[in-house]
Design a binder for this molecule. Structure first.
Ligand SMILES: Cc1ncc(COP(=O)(O)O)c(C=O)c1O
Length: 430
């Protein structure tokens, strides 16, 4: 479905592209995920331009876990990025719209036989192995061609971020520790195996990282590892440094100078290789949130407003933790705007709560908004990453539609769930 309207710019009204928040809600319903296509594309282009180097090939692989739909796969394809998929569902979403398999990277810390078989059949460009059990599962499938592989390693680096999104500490569930001699035995086994084309190492140190330091440390650790492997004749030529570059959710989040950071990173890799007399053929980055987070806005309609006897005011909206999980999951912080009262002082401290049966169903703990009444619209900013992709049917709530806005065009890219959708897979027993 495509809609076009003339711009209705009003100073008190939030516009996304040429559409007011109210127009979007009237056309597509509430709550609503809105994605700004131009912003997604410009972020993708920024990555491609800023992370390049004459001495090695660079690949930007969009991490689909942040936000993946058929339309998002198409945008990724059109912008010439590769795509990181982590499940059969993500893989099939990509293949369903003819994303080139050679630009797919399959991840996961416990890939099923079905997922491995699908990756072999599709001939994906890279498979990132996580552990020896997974390797055994892969080999038992007797692939008819050599599988291009990276091993996910865990450099033991502390990225300064929330525990649940810190992924490369020594006790992480992901990858194999570089402090463990078994990791090196496994690398040798992979390198010697006739069905494996071991190309290099992968790591992802965490998410919402705001400075380059942890990346530089990672580069040094990984290059040292490549150097010691090369001394015993095992030459690996590809590094995948994962994603994790921060997005802005609240005013206090720093503004990352991404072009400068990416440029500095590419130069550090080059200098590190030269210092160790190593040659790298390819370096891959896998950004997710930094490409889509700020392109997303969730629109909600205010229902009840309640002030407790302790003086705490809850503004309750028609969504919940089922469409906005990260506050409950990671104590993530967000910014809310009164979408039709932008010119009024946002000076009332309230808690924005959802409609799910959980005390923890809070979208924003300390939001600053003007005085609101039932029917007002709230926009929660920077919800493009890990929102739709983490949405559930908790309380049998229906997932909102996703609309892609670009200037004067607004297209539904995921239909709003219906009660029929919800009931479709249930079976009755009598
Ligand atoms: C292997 C891997 N690559 C890339 C990403 C993307 O991270 P982000 O969305 O923070 O850029 C993740 C996130 O969990 C990941 O696990």
């Amino acid at each position: 479905m495509t809609h076009s309207v003339p711009p209705i710019a009003q100073s008190n009204t939030l516009m996304i592209g040429d559409f007011s928040a109210r127009t979007l809600i009237q056309r597509f319903g509430s709550p609503l995920y809105v994605m700004d296509e131009a912003l997604i594309r410009s972020k993708m282009r920024l990555y491609k331009t800023a992370f390049s180097h004459p001495d090695f090939k660079t690949t930007i692989t969009y991490a689909g876990k942040a936000f993946l739909t058929k339309a998002m796969v198409q945008i990724t394809h059109q912008e010439g990025l590769s795509l990181d998929v982590v499940s059969l569902g993500e893989l099939m979403t990509a293949l369903s719209v003819n994303f080139p398999a050679e630009r797919l990277v399959l991840h996961g810390n416990n890939k099923s036989i079905e997922e491995l078989q699908a990756a072999i059949d599709a001939n994906v460009g890279l498979l990132v192995l996580d552990n020896p059990d997974e390797f055994q599962r892969l080999i038992r499938l007797k692939p008819q061609h050599r599988i291009p592989v990276l091993l996910r390693v865990n450099p033991g680096i502390e990225a300064h971020t929330h525990d649940y999104i810190k992924t490369a500490t020594p006790d992480s569930k992901f990858g194999m520790s570089l402090g463990d001699p078994a990791t090196f035995d496994f690398l040798r086994e992979l390198a010697d195996h006739p069905l494996i084309d071991l190309q290099g190492l992968h790591c992802h140190i965490g998410s919402q990282i705001q400075s380059i330091d942890a990346y530089l440390e990672t580069v040094n650790v990984l290059l040292d590892t490549l150097l010691s492997l090369s001394k015993e004749g095992l030459n690996l030529h590809t590094l995948n440094l994962g994603g994790g570059f921060g997005a802005r959710y609240v005013d206090s989040d720093p503004i990352l100078d991404l072009p400068q950071l990416l440029n500095q990173l590419a130069e550090a890799i080059f200098a590190g290789c030269r210092q160790r007399q190593l040659t790298l053929k390819r370096v891959i980055l896998e950004p997710g949130r930094s490409i889509v987070a700020e392109a997303g806005t969730t629109l909600y309609t205010v229902g009840s407003i309640k002030t407790t006897i302790t003086g705490k005011t809850y503004v309750m909206v028609d969504g919940s933790m089922a469409d906005h999980l990260r506050t409950a999951l990671y104590q993530a912080k967000y910014t809310a705007l009164a979408a039709e009262k932008l010119d009024e002082p946002h000076d009332q401290l309230v808690t924005i709560a959802g409609k799910a049966c959980e005390s923890g169903d809070i979208l924003i703990h300390q939001a600053k908004l003007p005085r609101l009444v039932e029917g007002d619209l709230i926009a929660v900013k920077s919800t493009g990453a890990y929102h739709y992709s983490m949405a559930s049917n908790y309380n049998r709530l229906l997932k909102p539609a996703v609309v892609l806005v670009n200037g004067s065009t607004a297209r539904v890219i995921v239909k709003r769930e219906t009660i029929e959708d919800l009931l479709r897979n249930d079976e009755v027993i009598a």
